[in-house]
Ligand binder design. Structure first.
Ligand code: PHE
Length: 340
């Protein structure tokens, strides 16, 4: 009997000292496992003198129950404590709004391209793509610029290690490709794409930039068609109230050649700086397709005429959104790109 009392005391004391669930489980194995002390004590009843068997058995069972209850209470306690701890330590508030997924978007250069092609689509122009790696013949010669022609200085050129193979300096060589493909059909296309120039990179000029070329060829295409097309385009893109100005200019592949300006809203605080005080901003070069170019495309200039224009779309975007540094376009700075 005194052994039983000692066992209960010891087991209770050890139980009280258990710090966590693992210790409690070890305690349980020690006292209630297959060869645990409580079961041994219960089995020990066989060795007890007959007159004490009954009271011994009762006491052993009482101890077994008492310890079992104590153990279960401590185990439940330990589990609750562990839960409380993890709830405060790894606090998770399921009512908080989730983190939004960062969604991609179109690059501003792509957006403006789509806007421009959309406007010309409404005017009946199809999109025609042509190569960015060109030959000297198509980029210059067939556009009425023989080798050593001084007008070539207008286009500083990237040459490749293959003689005569260059990166196109403008989208105009596309005119030759379209004409040769479609001749003698009438043509009304735009040619968007990347161009390359071997230039000092500044806030206003990049070594790569996009252009949109336009070409219209038919039996009675006149300068007035060019003007009407450009005015319609400029007003769709920049606003119906825009004034458009045509200045005479020079390009080897058009005759006559013009440059096109739009007026800039006087109430824009940037107007003076942008237009250098003139109130006008250049948006493109254009003209009537030179007879030599028509002939190089397969068209008889006696029967056919045409107009062409070319604009730099980064420049146009800079005007539209008052962007002051062209280098932003390819700098991959999300703070810039995210604004569009
Ligand atoms: N290709 C010229 C340039 O890059 C622009 C232009 C295109 C001018 C078509 C006239 C006709 O500067």
């Amino acid at each position: 009997m005194s052994d039983l009392a000692a066992l209960e005391q010891r087991a209770q004391a050890e139980l009280a000292a258990c710090g966590d669930e693992a210790a409690l489980r070890a305690w349980h194995t020690k006292y209630f496992g297959k060869s645990g002390e409580v079961l041994q004590a219960l089995k020990g009843v066989g060795a007890i003198p007959a007159d004490q068997k009954r009271s011994y058995g009762q006491e052993a069972n009482r101890i077994k129950q008492a310890l079992t209850h104590a153990y279960e209470a401590r185990l439940a306690d330990a589990k609750q404590q562990a839960l409380d701890r993890s709830l405060t330590a790894e606090m998770l508030d399921v009512t908080l709004p989730g983190r939004p997924m960062a969604r991609g978007r179109l690059h501003v250069a792509t957006k403006i391209m789509r806007e421009i092609t959309g406007i010309f689509a409404d005017l009946g122009f199809q999109v025609y793509r042509s190569r960015e790696v060109e030959d000297d013949l198509t980029n210059f010669e067939l556009l009425n610029m023989p080798p050593h022609h001084p007008a070539r200085d207008m286009w500083d050129t990237f040459h490749t290690t293959t003689p005569g193979v260059i990166l196109r300096t403008h989208t105009s060589p596309g005119q030759i490709h379209v004409m040769r493909e479609l001749c003698p059909e009438p043509i009304r296309v735009i040619l968007p794409g990347m161009c390359y120039r071997y230039e000092q990179i500044t806030t206003r000029s990049e070594i790569q930039f996009q252009q949109v070329e336009g070409l219209c060829v038919g039996e009675s295409v006149a300068m007035t068609d060019l003007k009407g097309t450009i005015i319609a385009f400029a007003r769709r893109l920049f606003g119906q109230e825009r004034q458009v100005r045509f200045r005479s200019s020079y390009f080897p592949f058009t005759e006559p050649s013009i440059e096109v300006d739009i007026d800039w809203p006087k109430d824009d605080p940037n107007a003076d700086r942008l237009t250098k005080g003139t109130g006008w901003l250049e948006i493109m070069g254009a003209g009537m397709v030179h007879p030599v170019v028509l002939r190089n495309g397969g068209y008889d200039p006696e029967q056919f005429s045409g107009f062409a224009f070319g604009m730099g779309t980064q420049r146009i975007t800079m005007l539209k959104y008052a962007i002051d540094d062209i280098r932003q376009f390819w700098a991959n700075d999300l703070r810039f790109l995210g604004q569009f």
